[in-house]
Ligand binder design. Structure first.
Ligand code: IPE
Ligand code: IPE
Ligand code: MG
Ligand code: MG
Ligand code: MG
Length: 308
């Protein structure tokens, strides 16, 4: 399929568009910010991430008939939330990592206090960008969807369960079953992918409740759920089988820490099988969404093959 072989150039073009939008957003909102705070935020946000979440915003917006120009503010907002989550995930109190996106982690470079505050700043700025970039109704719904995905029943809640499973947070019942693991992955990782897709549709549509908008949103919701879980299984596999040089972050740490992961629970082969079934589900869900749907299908396959 032409689109699949074209995926890499599509990814590169979209990554560049996102990087340029992130840069101009920081230029715009970075005035009157303490210099060291602006520096720490730029350092982490502009480090070479894959920009998968913003690319999902752009593709969802395209599937709903919108343009990149409409999607880019929301794309920047989700990347800001994601980057904040990485800064905090790497802190000594959480996963205690010193390498991220091929560079020293934010707290290694700037100290813990500034890293925590850079994360807080990125999280807050994301909502400011949404509120200032869209008409009131779609801005409000976008803020709601992003808060749900990133918040206490989404990413933050999932991070708590992830740390409880390894014993770093005291819990009355330590998560340890396959159902617990799926819930952790859906919350800590999947919820933000689903929010990204929703924000893309909202960016394209003046009326968030139109029938067309709902049909596309339902398809993308199914896609996002399968994509998010497959993505985190691939991330767990990378930690076991990948290289730190290619991934740009330390590998081999999950089992040393006693994390609850797919390879630990199912082994490598069954984890891959589970992920491959999810890829099929995701691909089926975006059938009928035109060229954007074909790119989404190619993207979820790429997620399983990546080495970073
Ligand atoms: C890493 O996400 C954190 C997880 C949810 C596993 P990515 O693999 O998308 O990281 P970047 O943005 O490309 O650095
Ligand atoms: C992180 O999961 C999920 C987040 C919400 C940041 P991991 O802890 O497995 O991510 P990496 O492997 O450090 O990127
Ligand atoms: Mg973690
Ligand atoms: Mg981590
Ligand atoms: Mg990981």
């Amino acid at each position: 399929m032409a689109v699949a072989s074209d995926l890499r150039s599509m990814l590169k073009a979209r990554q560049e568009a996102v990087d340029a939008a992130l840069q101009s957003t920081l230029d715009r909102y970075g005035r009157d910010v303490p210099r060291m705070l602006a520096e720490a935020i730029r350092y982490s946000l502009q480090a070479p991430g894959k920009r998968l979440r913003p690319i999902l915003v752009l593709l969802a917006c395209e599937a709903a008939g919108g343009s990149d120009a409409q999607a880019l503010p929301a794309a920047c907002a989700v990347e800001m939330v994601h980057t904040y989550s990485l800064i905090h995930d790497d802190l000594p109190a959480m996963d205690d990592d010193d390498l991220r996106r091929g560079l020293p982690t934010c707290h290694t470079k700037f100290g813990e206090a500034l890293a925590i505050l850079a994360g807080d700043g990125l999280l807050t700025l994301a909502f400011q960008v949404l509120a200032e970039s869209y008409p009131p109704e779609s801005a409000a719904v976008s803020c709601l969807d992003l808060a749900r995905g990133a918040g206490i029943a989404g990413m933050v809640g999932g991070q708590v369960l992830d740390l409880a499973a390894e014993g770093k947070i005291d819990a009355s019942e330590q998560p340890n079953s396959a159902a617990d693991l799926e819930a952790i992955h859906r919350m800590k990782t999947g919820a933000l992918f689903n929010a990204s897709l929703r924000l893309g549709v909202l960016a394209a549509q003046g009326e968030p409740n139109s029938l067309r908008c709902r049909v596309i949103s339902d398809k993308l919701d199914t896609y996002g759920k399968a994509f998010g879980l497959a993505f985190q299984i691939a991330d767990d596999l990378l930690d076991v089988e990948g290289s730190s040089e290619k991934a740009g972050k330390r590998v081999g740490k999950d089992s040393a820490r006693g994390k609850l992961t797919y390879p630990r629970l199912l082994g490598g082969d069954d984890s891959r099988q589970r992920a491959n079934r999810l890829v099929q589900e995701a691909v089926a869900a975006v059938d009928g969404l035109g060229e954007a749907g074909e790119y989404l299908a190619a993207l979820v396959r790429y997620v399983m093959e990546r080495d970073k």
